[in-house]
Design a protein around this ligand. Structure first.
Ligand code: PLP
Length: 400
């Protein structure tokens, strides 16, 4: 088992947590264990029912040494007891929902979330007899009003994709606690370097490891974190049986990426601040949203809840679709591509009409609130860790 590292800082934990030297080879860096099966005790049982947390490795879908090392590192960084990793962020979200919701239950979900999470809750959950209410989670009063006796889960995302609108985790968690409802927070945009939702009262945290945590754009993965008694249930009843587990190779790559997460986040924030200031002063840019700018509508909450403003910026111009074509053609450093949180800067245009029609299906009041942040469309810019001045130069030439 791991030594007690709880007194150490994030930058130390990112390197050392989960990485004790291999007891047999004394290898200092983590081994990659690709074996799908492990030589078993003839008395071990063939069902996952009654699986003990400290059972020996048996079959890689149940658990794997490399994957377990990544899970320990993630739990240490988030300051929680346990972590389950998955093949993708969406697999983590699916496992969370399958475990916490049954027929007749109700979920309260932020009206703007990662598009696939919105689409999943609009389509699959109602088919399973689970009712869904979407609320603007930047307004805690709306959350309180929407709770019913059937509500089992409140699901928030902060900062939310793609608006970069924030949710006050402490405020929502006190509402959830009073009502005895679980609160899960997708913290992909923030990372544990900026915000530790469990410390602020959330029960569960979700990460797409594909983004900042892996950080290099070469491995898809997801994670669910929380208290060990709840996670042991999710691991046994859902994760192992539905099988959306992470490949040990991806776990190894993501663990390697994580060693530099704290210093990468500092670099992302520094470059993003430079780019946000540049865009805010550019004549063709009509609106910039970045939590580190005093012009962000929730700047006070951002300062209170985020120890690092991360690298996600959204901005608007007059003719978005035309500018999207121009940027895709002219940008030399920044890639016109989806995804985010990589070392490399990425930009993508999200027209409001498409987002509302295909992903979010908002009511009139929610659509109005969406447009307050997004106008007719936004460029979502994931600022990488390149030189901030070089990124401004690239944008300057391309926006001409
Ligand atoms: C990308 C993303 C996800 C989904 O993660 P995948 O690894 O692509 O499945 C979930 N939430 C947020 C906020 C994301 O950005």
């Amino acid at each position: 088992m791991m030594k007690d590292l709880s007194h150490l800082h994030l930058s130390t934990l990112a390197i050392h947590a989960g990485e004790s030297p291999d007891p047999h080879t004394k290898a200092s860096s983590p081994n990659l264990v690709m074996s799908t099966t492990f030589v078993a005790d003839p008395d071990s049982t063939f069902s996952v029912e009654g699986l003990e947390e400290d059972a020996p490795f048996f079959y890689t879908r149940w658990g794997n040494p490399t994957v377990a090392q990544l899970e320990q590192k993630l739990a240490a960084l988030e300051g929680v007891e346990d972590c389950i990793t998955f093949a993708s962020g969406m697999a983590a979200i699916t496992a969370l929902m399958l475990h916490t919701l049954s027929q007749g239950d109700h979920i309260l979900i932020s009206d703007v979330t990662y598009a696939a999470a919105a689409e999943l809750t609009l389509d699959l959950l109602p088919r399973m007899g689970i009712s869904v209410t979407r609320v603007n989670m930047s307004d805690p009063e709306k959350v309180r009003e929407a709770i019913s006796p059937q509500t089992k889960l409140i699901y928030a995302e902060t900062p939310c994709n793609p608006l970069i609108r924030l949710t006050d985790i402490q405020a929502i968690s006190s509402i959830a606690k009073r009502a005895g409802i679980l609160l899960a927070v997708d913290s992909t945009f923030a990372t544990p370097v900026a915000t530790q939702p469990i410390e602020l009262g959330a029960d569960l945290v979700i990460h797409s490891l594909t983004k900042y945590i892996g950080g290099h754009g070469d491995a898809v993965g997801g994670a669910l974190l929380g208290k060990s008694n709840l996670l042991a249930q999710i691991r046994q009843k859902i994760a192992i049986r539905t099988g959306g587990i992470i490949s040990p190779f991806n776990a190894w790559l993501i663990m390697r990426g994580m060693a530099t997460l704290p210093i990468r986040m500092m670099a992302h924030e520094k470059a993003a601040k430079t780019v946000a200031d540049f865009l805010e002063n550019h004549p063709k840019v009509t609106r910039v949203i970045y939590p580190g700018l005093p012009s962000h509508p929730q700047y006070d909450l951002a300062k209170r809840q985020m120890k690092n403003f991360s690298g996600m910026i959204s901005f608007q111009v007059k003719n978005g679709p035309e500018m999207a074509r121009q940027l895709a053609e002219r940008l030399q450093v920044i890639h016109y591509a989806v995804s985010l949180g990589h070392h490399r800067s990425l930009i993508f245009y999200l027209p409001t009409r498409d987002m509302l029609q295909n992903s979010f299906h908002l009511n009139a009041e929610q659509a109005k609130a969406y447009r307050e942040y997004a106008g007719e469309g936004i460029f979502r810019l994931s600022v990488g860790i390149e030189d901030g001045g070089d990124l401004c130069g690239d944008l300057e030439r391309a926006l001409e």
